[in-house]
Design a protein around this ligand. Structure first.
Ligand code: AMP
Length: 209
């Protein structure tokens, strides 16, 4: 099973990905998490990605497709949940070329912009494990400002108001077209992404059954 989770930044992809990977026993590849880990390590990939990520712009397609190619080679014949990828039609086509005989299913979480802006502004992330907390949705750590893993909880630079507007613009101008890409191929499942995480997850399970 190859699943692709689509939706605006803040649509709840990270939260749903966590539940989906456990339920369907899939490997979870979040390109955003992977780039943030590279940035933390200070690797060449991290340094390159930072110049794009800080402004809320997309990292070039060839860089991302290189990461995906390596990942698929390391996980042949395994179920994968892609989260935050593909973000452009070039990436979607690149994935189709890499998968050759397998067809993915794309699940898009549909959330209005207004709700997305509210969610992103109050979102906090663990610096160590990447877990997401959001007081506005009642998702809070047991200890104030400390993740269950012991990591510090912080606000991602790109979750600040100035960058959120740009990320949403990028989503509407570049990423939404891949929804059409999968719809035309009959590979798209649309799910209402508003409401509590458990309810959204039930909708996903029903849509995929
Ligand atoms: P995310 O955590 O998925 O919101 O990603 C954070 C940032 O990482 C994005 O705003 C982009 O700068 C970069 N990024 C993540 N995934 C991709 C991708 N598939 N293509 C291009 N840039 C990406």
């Amino acid at each position: 099973m190859i699943l692709i989770l689509l939706g605006a930044p803040g649509a709840g992809k990270g939260t749903q990905a966590e539940m989906m990977k456990n339920y369907y026993a899939l490997n979870h590849l979040s390109t955003g998490d992977l780039l943030r880990a590279a940035l933390k390590e200070g690797s060449e990939l991290g340094k390159l990605a930072k110049t794009y990520m800080d402004g809320g712009r997309l990292v070039p397609d060839d860089v991302i497709l290189g990461i995906i190619r390596d990942y698929l080679a390391a996980h042949p014949d395994e179920g994968i949940l892609f989260d935050g990828f593909p973000r452009t039609v070039v990436q979607a086509q690149g994935l189709a070329d890499l998968l050759t005989d397998k067809e993915p299913t794309a699940v898009v979480l549909v959330v209005p912009d207004k709700a997305v802006i509210e969610r992103l502004s109050s979102r906090r992330t663990c610096r160590e494990c990447g877990r997401v907390y959001n007081p506005a949705l009642g998702i809070v750590p047991a200890l104030e400002n400390k993740c269950g893993c012991g990591g510090e909880i912080y606000q991602r630079d790109d979750d600040r108001a100035e960058t959120i507007a740009n990320r949403l613009h990028v989503y509407h101008t570049q990423t939404e077209s891949i929804i059409e890409f999968y719809r035309e191929k009959g590979l798209l499942v649309e799910v209402d992404g508003t409401g509590k995480p458990d309810i959204i997850f039930n909708r996903i399970k029903t849509a995929l059954s």
